[in-house]
Design a protein. Structure first.
Length: 136
């Protein structure tokens, strides 16, 4: 498993710069979407994910065990909305997400009220499960 601390330090630096939300962004300079943040974090690990979350689904496995660093959360906002939101855990139960509602990059904890109540699923990058080399 890669060391999360360098990425946590980098994302904390981006927080101080107020990295903005962008509907399809994957570059902190121009803004990040929720999946853009996931892509950005994995890119810093040397892992190239596809352009869309739908195409990336084959790279991840649903898991039921305790959250681990680099797990991706998929939050379902139904019945209020049909939208999904993605976030990445780096220091479980804490992680990062990027959303319009937070006006950009933000930290969260699974122990916080909203995150605790939301219906969510955890996904783990399959090469971390198999402990083999990462592509890219």
């Amino acid at each position: 498993m890669p060391d999360a601390q360098p990425i946590i330090s980098h994302l904390n630096e981006l927080l101080t710069r107020r990295t903005a939300w962008a509907e399809t962004g994957d570059d902190p300079a121009s803004g990040l979407s929720c999946y853009g943040l996931v892509r950005y974090v994995y890119q810093r690990l040397g892992v190239c994910l596809p352009l869309t979350p739908e195409a990336a689904e084959t790279y991840f496995l649903a898991v039921q065990d305790a959250p681990q660093p680099f797990d991706v959360l998929c939050v379902d906002f139904s019945p209020f909305s049909f939208q999904r939101h993605l976030a990445v855990l780096l220091e479980p139960p804490r992680g990062y997400h990027c959303a319009r509602a937070t006006n950009g990059l933000a930290r969260f904890s699974l122990l916080d009220g909203a995150w605790r109540r939301l219906k969510r699923r955890h996904f783990r990058y399959w090469l971390f499960v198999q402990e083999t080399e990462r592509p890219c």
